[in-house]
Design a protein around this ligand. Structure first.
Ligand code: PLP
Length: 355
């Protein structure tokens, strides 16, 4: 039974935890290089890409920074309709880039037309966007945005944060023409935190070669040279890679489409339950996340009392994020969570509401 209905870190299956306990190997050994290679090759399937996948010993934010430092000389557009999108903008500013923020209401999807109008003729080298905003439970129409941007400014690189969606909702890197897609281990992959995965297009790698001050730890040009030899410049997070290797087999055995359908069915169930109990969904219809549902606290319940009640049953949900704290609460349905877990949670929540 999965008990953590918070959007990461999520519950990790016992057998996946066990996989981390494999004995250490020298990281520059044939045995480890074989594991490294097969793990990054299997990971490509999650991104629907034939491009390379980097595995970094960091959380996802590390790769937000890597995208900015490696592929942007000066000018980048940040699409901001949630807290994590805003973080990416701040990452760009704090790395000295000329970052422009295109903001919209947090409960509205980013608009392909508005983005295309902003990018047109302005020479943005890149844009950043979050696929699934964990703060709002809103999924941005990344495919349509990429299409609109390609039509007006084909040279603009497109970077996508799929931290809370990759392996939980479909995102097709190659078919949609994306240049970098990144994720963290502790969300839909249902691994412990500490590992990030980032897939990068060839044209972005080419651009990186001419970008100055890429730093050292997240210099993807340096990383690529090592990756081509199934290795990494610094010591990799070996135990997490053992677990990823194992977990990828479980995920691919379930089948990505089946996994997406499982998430989507749980999202629908939670949305219907909330509405049947006089609580509305924060994100508009058509743009609702499959992996986390943000519910408006229309009944004015105490989210902390609700969580105390749930904790007696060893369950927990998440309060709203940042400015949405207490105004909303969030139920995650990602990773190992199954419909029967959701049913058990909703039953307990119903009991709380009746009190
Ligand atoms: N982007 C999104 C959409 C997130 O949900 C999070 C974390 O919750 C992050 C970025 C930051 O990821 P990390 O904590 O792995 O650095």
């Amino acid at each position: 039974m999965s008990r953590m209905f918070v959007p990461g870190p999520v519950d990790v299956a016992d057998e996946v935890l066990q996989a981390q306990a494999a004995p250490m190997l020298p990281h520059r050994s044939k045995e480890f290089e074989a594991i490294y290679r097969r793990t990054s090759e299997k990971s490509q399937q999650l991104f629907y890409t034939n491009y390379r996948v980097f595995l970094t010993a960091s959380s996802g934010t590390g790769l937000q920074e890597a995208a900015i430092r490696n592929f942007v000389d000066t000018r980048v557009l940040s699409i901001v309709n949630g807290a994590f999108a805003d973080r990416w903008y701040e990452v760009a500013v704090s790395n000295g880039k000329d970052a422009v923020k295109l903001s919209s209401e947090w409960n509205m999807p980013a608009s392909p037309d508005q983005i295309a109008d902003t990018v047109k003729g302005d020479g943005f080298e890149a844009l950043t966007i979050v696929h699934n905003e964990t703060s709002t439970g809103l999924q941005n129409p990344v495919k349509e945005i990429a299409e609109a941007v390609h039509a007006v400014s084909p040279e603009t690189l497109i970077f996508v944060d799929a931290v809370s969606s990759l392996a939980g909702a479909k995102l097709e890197m190659d078919a949609w023409g994306l240049d970098m897609v990144l994720t963290s281990s502790q969300k839909c992959l249902a691994l412990p935190p500490g590992l990030a995965l980032g897939a990068v297009s060839d044209r972005a790698m080419k651009k990186a070669e001419s970008v100055q001050n890429r730093g050292w730890y997240f210099d993807l040009v340096r990383m690529e040279k090592h990756r081509n030899k199934d290795s990494s410049p610094a010591t990799p997070a070996m135990s997490l890679i053992f677990a990823l290797d194992y977990q990828l087999d479980r995920i691919l055995t379930e089948g990505l489409e089946n996994r997406f359908a499982r998430h989507s069915a749980m999202a629908k169930r939670v949305q219907e339950w909330a509405e049947a109990h006089d609580q509305s969904i924060y994100a508009p219809e058509g743009y609702r996340s499959q992996t986390v549902t943000t519910i408006r606290n229309d009944r004015g319940i105490s989210v902390s009392d609700l969580n105390s009640f749930l904790k007696q049953r060893e369950m927990r949900i998440a309060n709203g994020y940042g400015p949405l704290k207490d105004k909303t609460f969030r139920i995650a349905h990602m990773g190992e969570t199954q419909m029967e877990d959701i049913e058990e949670l909703l039953e307990a929540m119903e009991e709380f509401l009746k009190k």
